[in-house]
Design a protein around this ligand. Sequence first.
Ligand code: HEC
Length: 415
Amino acid sequence: MENYLLDWLQLGVRWLHMIAGIAWIGASFYFVWLNNNVRKPDEPNAPDGEKDGELHAIHGGGFYRVQRYALAPKELPHDLHWFKWEAYTTWLSGISLLVLVYYLNPQVYLVDTAIAKIGSGAAIGIGVGFILAGWFVYDLLQRSPLGKSQLAFGIVFFTLVMGATWYICHTFGGRAAYLHVGAMLGTIMVANVFFVIIPSQRELVNAKEQGRLPEKKMAEMAKNRSLHNNYLTLPVLFIMISNHYPMTFSHEYNWAILGAISMGGALIRHWFNLRGSRKDDIPVGANEGASMRHRQGKSTPLWPWAISVTVFAAVIWLTAPKKQAAGAPVAFKEVDALMTKHCRGCHSEKPTDQIFKVAPNGVKYDTPSQIAVMASKIKQRAVETTSMPFGNKTNMTPEERALLGRWIDQGARTE
Ligand code: HEC
């Protein structure tokens, strides 16, 4: 009963996490897009304040006209939406989910004894420390002289994240390791909103109220942090969905795969940013009637895409499963014994596992045909990757995995 209710709770929190995440990232993509697409307004000196950009759009409900003030409107509006709860809700629900799934059962979800044997308390300590350390190191670097150069900072930060990824992939099971890198980067993003971006917006409002110019330093810092958040979105979203794909997190070089795919994702984001910045100087009304493509002016260089696609293709090629040696024929009864030893504790009509009380994903291996029909999936999860048994709870050996693989290569016969 307890596990059943916990499942519902996890489902609810996961649902909330997704909705909040969509609202947050969606709004931030929209504002990046707005900033890239507003044009010089027809009437910059309107009675309510000086404008430096405007844009017309059409969407579901009708036509919209968005205007950006050069500094602030003459009168502060009564209702000012801050877009902060989207970020906070994403983080709060994400951390709750981390606790509900991973920290409630650390031996199942965090620890993989084939990688490192760690006690439950220590595992949770490492997880929490890892996430917090990310923010402290990032923030310190940003405030140091290194923070002044985007390129130098980018290189140092990427190298440190790679080091951290290597460490956590050699400490936790692949799935938990990936998730902690995602949670660490996500925490940096939300902390940027909480500690820098929102205070800088508050400074804009205070300055307006006190009739002075806002502090430049804060605004610059906030702009920088927004840019970093912008680059981090694609890697973080990749990590969040990666736990459905064991060929990434369960691979021997899982840390390098995460680094390569994140870099590919950030480069694609870079291309969109380059494309956006090239449109800045085109006045409204230029190329009236021309196609959208035309309006975008000079074309954006394609090198970020070229590198991304090459990196993705290289990852796919380099991590492809290797062919196994043919070897002696394997009898089904050997496989059946492996299933009892390593799989049926969970994948059965009546699981005996302490945590998984119903067959995970409805996958059962009680009968020969249930096993044969899943042969290729079994190969993927227990031979080509070591993502099954879950957390290698039953300590399945490489020899046992090879045996299972040979049986499948020989046609997965059950007679
Ligand atoms: C401790 C419990 C546990 C054990 C033991 C276990 N699994 Fe799993 N298995 C799970 C869970 C939980 C999932 C769902 C999450 C996932 O897909 O990673 C799953 C999912 C799977 C899937 C994916 C099913 C789908 O929906 O596509 C396959 C295939 C699989 N297991 C095979 C195996 C094999 C083969 C073994 C034995 C070598 C095994 N499992 C042992 C818990 C277990």
